[in-house]
Design a protein around this ligand. Structure first.
Ligand code: AMP
Length: 219
């Protein structure tokens, strides 16, 4: 199969490293990266009424945004992309309604999902990783405090944007997000398993080891 026909979903709990693996895959296979959390955070950072609502749901309530809203955004984003390359869906779908909508949207484009990677990690690993995760507000790069950078660095070494600890990566929000993940997103894993396109790769090992496992399914 040519990499231009790959349409991939990457699933896993918070902190499983799906964003990191997604970035590696899009670079290696020259795919489009459709990162729903990043798109929504950009909307939330504006000064509009919509932004205030989105910000509240993501950062204060720690809930999922309504699927209709997110599905509309997905359609708009797909419309902007040339169809000649594959797409990697990261942070979407988050529930069964979104998974079914994605199937329909791809069908209208004469496409379908080719691979779904699922990267499970333990509850403890999520808590540990998110407590140390820092994000650049400008370029979205992720750093591990105390590993990739000193704990109190405030400026991105790559783009000089502001480094911050996402509100929704703090302990109370993490517990809520994990509960939603179990209730709403795990059924999506089952949905793809039944379809026979699910590939499970533990997210516990090193970034390099996980990348190797994922790539071995694509070459
Ligand atoms: P993420 O960066 O993927 O952890 O997403 C951050 C937050 O954005 C989530 O906790 C949700 O509030 C929201 N979000 C991201 N993707 C979706 C989605 N597919 N459906 C609904 N809400 C989403």
């Amino acid at each position: 199969m040519k990499s231009s026909s790959f349409n991939i979903v990457i699933l896993g709990p918070q902190g499983s490293g799906k964003g990191t693996q997604a970035k590696m895959l899009v670079k290696k296979f020259q795919m489009h990266h459709l990162e729903m959390g990043g798109i929504l955070r950009r909307i939330a950072s504006k000064k509009t009424t919509l932004a205030i609502k989105v910000n509240r749901i993501i950062n204060i309530d720690g809930r999922l945004l309504p699927s209709k809203f997110v599905i509309d955004i997905l359609k708009q984003e797909l419309d902007k992309l040339p169809t000649s390359r594959g797409v990697l869906f990261d942070g979407f779908p988050r529930n069964l309604e979104q998974a079914r909508a994605l199937d329909k949207i791809l069908k209208l484009l004469n496409k379908s999902l080719t691979h779904v990677f699922y990267m499970p990690i333990s509850h403890q690993t999520t808590i540990k990783r998110l407590a140390a995760r820092r994000t650049c507000k400008k370029c979205g790069r992720i750093f591990i405090a105390g590993q990739d950078m000193q704990r109190n660095i405030r400026q991105c070494p790559v783009c000089r944007g502001e480094i911050y600890h996402r509100e929704d990566d703090k302990p109370i929000a993490i517990a809520k997000r994990l509960a939603i993940y179990h209730k709403r997103t795990l059924p999506v894993v089952k949905y793809y398993k039944q379809r026979g396109i699910l590939i499970t790769t533990s997210g516990e090992p090193s970034v390099q080891k996980v990348a190797k496992d994922i790539i071995s399914n694509l070459v």
